[in-house]
Ligand binder design. Structure first.
Ligand code: AOF
Ligand code: ZN
Length: 350
């Protein structure tokens, strides 16, 4: 095999390693590394297994030992150049005598970046960009959160055909179908934080856990966060012992995200209610919208989102549709539709 095809194969393998099932999504990126010898053979493989454990490069170097001398390190992310939870990979690669480094995605983390320059300074040949899109996709939410230095926000809501989340008397169980609710639990599990307003806790009393199809809580639960100034009785379900809960005494979305970022949160799943959703939308702090639409009409009742300060059609917020999926009904229920959308004005456009 030519050097190019050896390196393509090694990067494909590094991406596979990065996506290992025991590599957590949060709060660190998933990263894979393959050390290739001068003859094109694989010397060692490594990947990152979660915050505080060795980075992918360090993992592969430890397995290779002295055999790393003269090797090419093929990594899905630019080697870090900082001492964080572990030491800088740039220095580890230099010390091991690696000849060449090929990485896919440039490090979006301002704290850790600079690895490529450091390696070049040390006389190591550095190339980048191979399968960069795939590497970014692997850590899509992490990448954006890291660039913005705040958690990525997904706003999820369920509504009737006429955009209602609850009937006039406040009843809301259930607007969306069993299939839609299960799908919501699947998405919750991909986030590390679920956020609601204190009003929603007072009125709806959600438990806000991730549960399986038998309604049992799964093992790893996202952090439950309730924000707002309202006092809440300790008997509310959100305070039960099925998951951790944090109360943020603020109504400012920016402030809340800042505090969550400091707590290593990368992906906030915003679940309600209409006032909180409106506050995040007005602040341009919704990065993704997931809407479940149920074939049901109420004609009156609570809107899915409160006033956005828009009073003429020309000013409507027009998110771009990225996916439409029909969720077939279970046990004779009607199908629901899931829309995934990207709002037009978030930080990515600024
Ligand atoms: C990882 N795993 O394999 C690589 C990373 O949390 P720290 O201190 O370990 O540093 C995390 C940063 O290191 C991360 O944001 C990224 O910029 C860089 N590379 N991180 O967790 C890895 N290679
Ligand atoms: Zn590193």
């Amino acid at each position: 095999m030519s050097e190019v095809s050896v390196e393509r194969a090694a990067m494909t393998r590094a991406l596979e390693l990065a996506a290992s099932p025991d590599a957590p999504l949060w709060p660190n990126p998933r990263v894979g590394c393959v050390l290739v010898g001068p003859d094109g053979s694989t010397i060692a493989e490594g990947y990152h297994r979660g915050a505080g454990t060795p980075h992918a490069e360090a993992d592969a170097l430890a397995r290779a030992g002295a055999a790393a001398r003269g090797a090419t390190a093929v990594v899905t992310l630019e080697p870090c150049n900082h001492t964080g939870r572990t030491g800088p990979c740039s220095e580890a690669l230099i010390a091991a005598g690696v000849r060449r480094v090929l990485f896919a995605q440039a490090d979006p983390n301002p704290v850790a970046a600079g690895g490529a320059a450091r390696l070049r300074d040390a006389g190591i040949e550095v190339d980048s960009g191979l399968f960069a899109d795939q590497a970014r996709a692997l850590n899509a939410v992490w990448t954006r959160a890291t660039q913005w230095q705040r958690p990525f926000v997904t706003w999820k809501f369920a509504a009737t055909l006429d955009g209602r989340s609850a009937a006039a008397d406040g009843t809301s169980r259930w607007v969306s179908s069993t299939a839609a609710r299960r799908d919501t639990h699947r998405l919750r599990a991909l986030s590390d934080t679920m956020l609601v307003g204190s009003n929603t806790v007072a009125v709806d009393d959600p438990e806000l856990t991730v549960r399986d199809e038998h309604d049992r809580p799964v093992r790893t639960q996202p952090l439950r966060v309730v924000m707002g100034l309202r006092d809440l009785p300790s008997g509310k379900r959100i305070f039960n012992d099925r998951a951790e809960t944090l109360q943020l005494r603020t109504r400012d979305p920016q402030q809340a995200l800042k505090e969550l970022w400091v707590r290593d949160r990368r992906h906030v799943f915003l679940e309600g209610g209409p006032t909180l959703a409106a506050a995040f939308l007005r602040a341009g702090l919704v990065d993704e919208i997931v809407a479940y639409v149920a074939p049901m009409l109420l004609g009156d009742g609570r809107n899915a989102v409160a006033d956005l300060g828009i009073d003429t059609i020309a000013d409507a917020l027009r998110p771009r549709v990225t996916d439409v999926t029909v969720l077939p009904g279970i046990d004779g229920e009607e199908p629901n539709v899931r829309l995934t959308l990207t709002p037009p004005t978030t930080e990515r456009d600024r």
